[in-house]
Design a protein around this ligand. Structure first.
Ligand code: FAD
Length: 297
């Protein structure tokens, strides 16, 4: 049986819109920092957040825990000059990892700006900062919804790899075969970088359906029907959701996945329950678990 350590685990957050949301995020981050994960990541743009909001939350997390923070950076709708400015700002903040994305144009916005694809942003980061950053990119075992073809989507990951990506995180999925098949396809295309599965804990039905429709992730029929059958019974949804996602993680680890990246939605409970039940050894560097009073700078 393959075993992974907490150094192969990462947690994704999004910039909250309210003070209450921010304090929930802080609590979640401090709780999850006890695992000494590889890194935290902070989304950009999704749900209408701004670049300034992402930068603020990166600074906040840097101040509250010793876990490295990786901002997501989406290039669609931006100029090269703007992107270079943000890359330099992250260098100044001693950020060493960036999740480089194309992103999606907000509805109503039609100008794509100077970038068409994430591979161009990866190339710009390398051109601007050399090897300073570890660059994560997005990967799609169930194929990106706008891909010209299945083959072209794999070739897109290869373009990002050849432009300088260091590793990839996948869109979430519930069918492990999609991931393992994708890994084989990537190997056939000589894409030699870790491809870490993105894990979405299931805690709610309607929101999961909405997200999945937006990002093209499939909810297998048997999972959808069971979740639907629980109606408003949140306890049963959470219990079933835990079983499904825990089993998925076990299968991924046993099959050799290089790590797990959790889409936490700024909550710790469901993720912690999965982690506590997985055979994950906790990596303990000689660092304080959290540094609530540490100054940023
Ligand atoms: P790209 O890799 O550029 O691909 C976009 C599409 O273009 C694909 O269909 C691809 O096949 C196609 N393509 C690429 N190059 C070419 C080419 N040369 N010719 C033809 N077709 C091409 N969204 C946010 O808004 N904020 C976030 O913080 C965020 N975080 C994410 C994190 C992860 C781990 C993942 C998996 C997704 C995330 N997303 C986020 C969603 C992502 O922005 C969308 O899926 C977006 O539609 C595509 O971004 P990308 O970086 O994958 O784009």
């Amino acid at each position: 049986m393959n075993v992974i350590s907490s150094q192969n685990i990462s947690f994704e957050f999004f910039p909250p819109k309210t003070d209450e949301g921010e304090s929930q995020l802080q609590d979640t981050a401090i709780r999850l920092a006890e695992y000494h994960p590889h890194f935290f990541s902070m989304t950009f743009g999704a749900g209408g957040s701004t670049r300034a909001g992402t930068i603020e939350m990166v600074k906040m997390l840097q101040g509250k825990t010793s876990v490295p923070v990786a901002p997501h950076l989406a290039c669609i709708g931006s100029s090269r000059e703007e992107m270079v400015g943000v890359i330099r700002q992250y260098q100044d903040l001693k950020v060493r990892r960036i999740v480089a994305l194309r992103g999606d144009l907000p509805s109503g916005m039609v100008q794509p700006g100077e970038f068409r694809y994430a591979s161009e942003l990866v190339a710009l980061i390398r051109e601007t900062a050399g090897d300073f950053f570890h660059i994560e990119v997005a990967a799609y075992p169930e194929i990106h919804p706008q891909a010209k073809s299945v083959e072209d989507d794999i070739l897109n990951l290869k373009r990002k790899y050849e432009a300088g990506a260091s590793s990839a995180i996948t869109q979430y999925f519930f069918n492990p075969d999609a991931y393992f098949y994708y890994l084989d396809e990537c190997a056939k295309h000589s894409i030699y970088m870790p491809i870490v599965p993105g894990i979405m804990p299931i805690t709610q039905f309607s929101r999961l359906v909405r997200f999945s429709e937006m990002c093209g992730a499939e909810i297998p029929c048997w999972i959808r029907k069971r979740l639907e059958s629980y109606g408003d019974d949140m306890e049963s949804i959470k219990a079933f959701g835990f079983e499904v996602v825990f089993h998925l993680c076990q299968t991924l680890i046993a099959g050799g996945a290089p790590g797990l990246h959790f889409y936490t939605l700024n909550k710790s409970e469901a993720t912690l329950k999965i982690l506590e039940n997985l055979n994950i050894s906790i990596h303990r560097p000689n660092l304080p678990r959290y540094v609530a009073s540490q100054k940023i700078g």
